[in-house]
Design a protein around this ligand. Structure first.
Ligand code: NAD
Length: 480
């Protein structure tokens, strides 16, 4: 299982796959380099897995599934609690690993680890709930109730941005529901997934219940999404990749949950508390270098307060410590989009000199709502300011997007707030707060190109990772 953390964090060790509880290299023997975003130095090498490695992991998951599913929900919930406790015990070590492989500040990594732990506790509690339904029937003496059944083998594919919540949001409910799983972490964050899977193996998760296959999306990820023996694919990533995952899984009619991107809007009305609006706009646009599906990348400000808001927002953005984005490719793509937009740059806009992949918080203005940069998710620290005349124009701008993940409004009017919640097409609506910040007990997911309608987290996650069977019993009152 996973080796010593100091070794994992400090040297160029090779991150192997975890298949049936064993650490195994890719069958090809090939590896990929993983570089540190903060300075571009080599962090580790990871197994470059292909279809044969995915076959082995799916086979291990398939073999472990009947035994795991035979445990009661209470037992599986107890084990999930042990996994969450083990993660809490190692929160500093695993957060240090996340901070190093993503370049995010340690405080942010610690907060994410704590959220992952809470997700474990929330799911563990379902061991003693997992409530079903009973319902009346037309036929006399017929009782009808629902039970949850595992789906089988789950293929879990995740983005790089918040490695531990991304793993926890999928793995905890997947295994709790009696499935076994193959997890494909992003190639940008191999070490934390490897470390946590090893930790959970030692904390009591039986071999084969959670397997980890490292490698590139187009190789290991595509092989997992298209695998004939994977019954459910749960994917978090970009809309473009999600579309190909959905197509691959559709060929065998596998269940698919897609949690995709966003181009989320935050509206600042003329009656907003401006300090609060500036605070939440900064947090929504720039925390985690804007690498959040729920980041605010479109900020629509009423004409009457636009100049004051823009000045305060840009001044505060210039004071923030820039955090690196995940890769040289990501930085190059974001800079190219900024340059191609011909926007007025109010803050940032240029790569910082020196090592690593730093784009300071960047604020653009004078961009049309239907320009390319207004419709394309950049997944970086870039926010666009729009001037809007009134509430109606603000709502139109919010909805004029291929995405529909989250939306926020800052206003002193309960009437505007309620009408906004009615009119915007988004999975999450926030009043006087940020566009991100969902918690483990809250279902999360978007509409349009932001997802397929399933919710991650909350009790809704149980619907993703289980099938519901309706059990009918007809009794005979004459035979008592
Ligand atoms: P990505 O689509 O490039 O990659 C996501 C995962 O898919 C990675 O593990 C990658 O290796 C894998 N992958 C890539 N190509 C694949 C293929 N052809 N088949 C199967 N798997 C493949 O996305 P990313 O850059 O890692 O993450 C950023 C995206 O994720 C953004 O769009 C962001 O909004 C989204 N995201 C969404 C949520 C949500 O809950 N809605 C949360 C976090 C991130």
């Amino acid at each position: 299982m996973a080796g010593d953390l100091a070794e994992a964090a400090g040297s160029t060790r090779i991150i192997l796959n975890i298949v049936g509880g064993d650490e195994v290299p890719a069958l090809s023997g090939e590896t990929l380099d993983k570089l540190r975003p903060a300075d571009g130095t080599l962090h580790c090498r990871l197994a470059r897995s292909g279809p044969a490695d995915v076959d082995a992991a799916v086979d291990a998951a398939r073999r472990a599934q009947p035994g795991w599913a035979a445990r009661t929900p209470v037992e599986r919930g107890d084990i999930v609690r042990e996994l969450a406790l083990a993660l809490r015990e190692q929160r500093r070590e695993v957060s240090a690993l996340v901070a190093e492989e993503t370049g995010k500040p340690i405080e942010l990594a610690l907060g994410e680890t704590d959220a992952a732990v809470e997700m474990g506790f929330f799911v563990a509690g379902e061991g003693r709930r997992s409530y079903g339904r009973t319902m009346p029937a037309t036929m006399p003496h017929r009782s009808v109730s629902t039970v949850r059944r595992p789906i089988g083998v789950a293929g879990l594919i995740a983005s790089f941005n918040t490695p531990l919540p991304n793993l926890a949001w999928k793995a905890f409910p997947a295994v709790f529901c009696g499935n076994t799983a193959v997890f494909k972490p992003s190639e940008h964050v191999p070490a934390s997934a490897h470390y946590v899977a090893g930790l959970w193996g030692r904390a009591g998760l039986p071999p084969g219940v959670l397997n980890v296959v490292q490698g590139l999306g187009a190789e290991a990820g595509a092989a997992l999404a298209g695998h004939r023996d994977v019954d459910l694919v749960s994917f978090t990533g970009s809309a473009a990749t999600g579309r190909s995952v959905n197509e691959a899984a559709a060929r065998r009619l596998a269940k698919v949950c897609l949690e995709l991107g966003g181009k989320n809007a935050l509206v600042v009305c003329d009656d907003a508390a401006l300090d609060n609006a500036v605070h939440w706009a900064l947090a929504s646009a720039f925390s985690n270098a804007g690498q959040r599906c729920a980041a605010a990348s479109r900020i629509a400000v009423f004409e009457a307060v636009y100049d004051e808001f823009a000045e305060r927002f840009a001044a505060r953005a210039r004071e923030l410590d820039p955090q690196p984005v995940i890769s040289e490719d990501a930085l190059t793509r974001q800079l190219a989009a900024v340059r191609a937009s011909s926007a007025t740059v109010l803050a940032g806009g240029e790569r910082l000199a020196g090592p690593g992949w730093h784009l300071p918080p960047t604020i653009l203005a004078d961009v049309a709502p239907d320009a390319d940069i207004s419709c394309t998710e950049l997944f970086g620290p870039v926010a666009i300011l729009y001037r809007v005349r009134d509430f109606a124009e603000a709502v139109e701008l919010v909805n004029d997007s291929p995405y529909g993940l989250t939306a926020a409004i800052h206003t002193g009017s309960v009437h505007r707030a309620m009408r906004f919640a009615e009119l915007v097409r988004a999975g999450v609506v926030v009043v006087n707060g940020g566009t991100h910040g969902s918690e483990p007990h809250m279902g999360f997911g978007g509409v349009k190109s932001s997802g397929t309608g399933w919710k991650e987290a909350g009790v809704e996650a149980l619907d993703v990772y289980s099938d519901v069977a309706y059990v009918n019993v007809v009794s005979d009152p004459e035979r008592v």
